[in-house]
Design a protein around this ligand. Structure first.
Ligand SMILES: [Zn+2]
Length: 257
């Protein structure tokens, strides 16, 4: 295996942790957003209900003015009727009064319906306010918990970045940008071992010739299917001593599972 790839593999482990961390952070941010959306929704419902009630109040008030006007009209008709002498005129005013009386009853009915409706809307508004208060109370604890976990994620992320940047400084300046570009594209491991003559990145079978080139480890070799960089694992096991290669191997095996 190319010596310069070993450093890249260590960087890759940092990057994988970072990617997992950022995914977790996005999920947690979404949870916060969801809680906030629910609250916004309830607030919007409350505002809508309040404006409906205000509108009902305005309509009711105008109906009450109308009722008052009709009553005034009836009074005037009564006093006019008291002073008329002709039967025809008297009857005409009676008819007009009956008409006004009908109008008064109808308008009062409308006003009463409006008041009923307003009571109903007020009950709904109370319920909205209650559930808003409830949701605000219960979401505070949850939100704080999520915010705290995001804070921890950020902390871990900065620590990872420091370690990663340190490694990147000493990494091969030719391979590093290639690795970086591949990583940006795939957001996944891009330096992968060949296992059973198969790319462990895309799981497509490779040729014996390709495997040989990788096994020799003389130059950078890319998977012709997924463009990942290949390395040969057994060489490392034979050449390497101590626990480091084994540990890395186990890590890779478990993360590819
Ligand atoms: Zn591949």
């Amino acid at each position: 295996m190319l010596q310069s790839l070993k450093a890249i593999l260590d960087i890759q482990e940092f990057d994988m942790k970072m990617i997992r961390l950022m995914r977790l952070k996005r999920e947690r941010m979404k949870e916060l957003e969801h809680i906030d959306n629910l609250r916004q929704e309830l607030r919007a419902q409350q505002a809508e209900k309040e404006s409906e009630i205000a509108e009902l109040n305005r309509t009711t008030a105008s109906q009450e003015i109308k009722i008052h006007e009709i009553k005034e009209k009836i009074k005037k008709l009564e006093s006019r009727q008291a002073s008329v002498k002709k039967v025809d005129e008297f009857n005409a005013i009676t008819q007009e009064m009956t008409q006004a009386e009908r109008e008064r009853i109808a308008t009062e009915q409308i006003a009463s319906d409006l008041i009923d409706k307003r009571h109903l809307e007020e009950e709904i508004l109370t319920k909205i306010k209650e559930s808003l208060a409830q949701s605000e109370e219960s979401s505070v604890a949850l939100e704080n918990e999520i915010k705290e976990s995001i804070r921890m994620i950020n902390k871990e992320g900065s620590e990872l970045k420091i370690g990663r940047d340190l490694l990147a400084k000493s990494a091969d300046p030719e391979i590093m940008p290639i690795y970086q570009r591949l990583l940006n594209n795939k957001k996944d491991r891009v330096v992968v071992p060949i296992e059973n003559r198969t790319c462990s990145g895309c799981h497509i079978t490779l040729t014996a010739q390709h495997e040989n080139v990788v096994r020799k480890g003389e130059r950078l070799t890319f998977c012709e299917h997924c463009s990942r960089i290949h390395y040969w694992q057994e060489i490392e096991e034979v050449e390497g001593s101590g626990a480091t290669p084994k540990r890395r191997r186990r890590k890779l095996a478990s993360s590819n599972a």
